[in-house]
Design a protein around this ligand. Structure first.
Ligand code: PGA
Length: 266
């Protein structure tokens, strides 16, 4: 794992976007795995800036989002499809037909999940997957106890996740209790993964995910098994990493060797 402790939320977003930019420049028809939540908004903001000001081209890209609430149609303001339209899709040139967000209103969830997995395979697999982390250590909606080999499926959300999400809804009854989510196994098949986290509320769980044991109780810890993960945290989310000085030292050394290869905005 490469662990980058960024100075700020904005810097975290710029660094994550820089890695995605490098991917698109290397392979314009990249398959991008996308995430929702407050964490990636800065990354998307920077991608939009790169598109508008520097001509970053998404016209050959394909995208797959991690998850969607069960029961929310794409037009619902709290649906993840709506979020993605607002924060990225409406502002860059990804062809609409190449955008995939799990469909929360699928008639048969089982069939939909199988179709989604097949679509990822047909697209050639995900080249680069962006991930946030939940307060309970989830990646996508793989709540504690999710099999580390799980695939796209219906998941019951934990009390903590429901509470975390409540701020976006007017009443507790409205907060979805289920979601369609890529599995941990699906995520681990992405060729490259960027995990981003910001804020003090994520410090404890980031230390568990990165430096703790690999366990289905903290599904983000499964990323320790992946060969190409970049973790980008702001100072607050990185505050409880025991080996923070070592991670900084590694980056200093790498910068001397390969300044252009480690996702730093020059
Ligand atoms: P957040 O959510 O980015 O809003 O903190 C992250 C997640 O639950 O995966």
């Amino acid at each position: 794992m490469e662990i980058i402790i960024a100075d700020s939320y904005e810097q975290m977003g710029v660094q994550a976007a820089t890695i995605i930019r490098q991917q698109l420049l290397r392979k314009p028809n990249s398959v991008l795995g996308l995430a929702t939540g407050s964490t990636p908004i800065g990354t998307y903001k920077e991608l939009i800036r790169l598109h508008r000001e520097e001509g970053l081209d998404f016209s050959q890209a394909t995208t797959f989002n991690l998850d969607e609430y069960l029961g929310l149609p794409p037009s619902h303001e709290q649906s993840y499809r709506y979020f993605m339209d607002e924060h990225l899709f409406n502002h860059v040139n990804i062809p609409k037909g190449k955008i995939h967000v799990p469909y929360g209103h699928a008639e048969s969830v089982l069939e939909f999940c199988e179709w989604y997995e097949n679509e990822i395979t047909h697209a050639g697999g995900i080249d680069i997957q962006i991930l946030g982390i939940g307060g309970d250590g989830h990646i996508a909606f793989n709540e504690p106890g999710s099999s580390l080999g799980s695939r796209t499926r219906l998941k019951t959300l934990t009390e903590q996740t429901i509470q975390d999400n409540a701020r976006f809804f007017t009443s507790m009854e409205e907060v979805p209790k289920f979601a369609i989510t890529m599995g941990v196994g699906t995520i681990l098949e992405a060729k490259k993964i960027i995990l981003i986290a910001n804020g003090a509320a994520k410090a404890e769980i980031m230390a568990e995910a990165i430096e703790g044991p690999i366990t289905s109780q903290v599904t983000a810890s499964a990323l320790q098994l992946h060969r190409d993960v970049v973790v980008i945290v702001d100072k607050e989310a990185g505050a409880k990493l025991k080996r923070a000085d070592y991670y900084r030292w590694i980056l200093e050394q790498k910068k001397k060797l390969v300044p252009k290869l480690i996702g730093y905005a020059s």
